[in-house]
Write a protein that binds this ligand. Structure first.
Ligand SMILES: [Zn+2]
Ligand SMILES: [Zn+2]
Length: 176
């Protein structure tokens, strides 16, 4: 989604756009966009620098880290981005490079800024490091693979991993 920098007035401009999911490469087995991404907020211009502050809303289908089932997770995240003309990104200004590591700076060339990459990054940032289908997901039985959210299996009773039992067993062996 592009905006012409010349069309952003000095006093700022509010906007609401929808970016089609095919414009993002968020389409893996672990994480897939299920709908278009809605972005709304303000664009402000200082000289040729453009500042965006807004809200990103969409939904992704992710894989639960515990039970491996896929589930849909809404994404609703504030975002800030700073678009700087490429001409300011010259090698003779190394301090700009260093600074760029700390804040979300996107360099643009020509007369338009493209929100897509910044929005893409924000969606991924907004996702938790481990996705759980629900807070108390029981996960899979480590022995037979049964999804313990859906049913129980007999493994725990038959072959317990309780370390206290191991100690008892060791003692028994010693006595023999
Ligand atoms: Zn789960
Ligand atoms: Zn089991």
């Amino acid at each position: 989604m592009r905006f012409a920098v010349d069309e952003i007035p000095e006093e700022g401009m509010s906007f609401v756009v929808e970016i089609q999911k095919k414009d993002f490469a968020i389409d893996s087995d672990d994480c897939r966009l299920t709908r278009a991404v809605k972005v709304g907020g303000m664009l402000e211009k200082v000289s040729r620098d453009v500042y965006l502050s807004g809200l990103v809303e969409t939904e992704v289908e992710v894989t639960c880290s515990r039970c491996l089932e896929t589930f849909k997770q809404p994404v609703r995240s504030n975002m800030e981005a700073h678009f700087v003309p490429e001409s300011n990104h010259a090698p003779e200004r190394p301090e700009v490079e260093l600074h760029a590591e700390d804040i979300d700076v996107e360099y643009y060339s020509g007369e338009t800024i493209d929100l897509t990459q910044a929005v893409h990054d924000q969606i991924l940032l907004a996702l938790p490091a481990t996705s759980l289908c629900r807070e108390d997901c029981c996960g899979l039985c480590p022995q037979c693979g049964t999804n313990l959210n859906l049913g129980t299996c007999g493994c725990r009773d038959v072959d317990s991993d309780d370390p206290r039992l191991d100690i008892l067993k060791t003692l028994k062996d010693k006595i023999k």
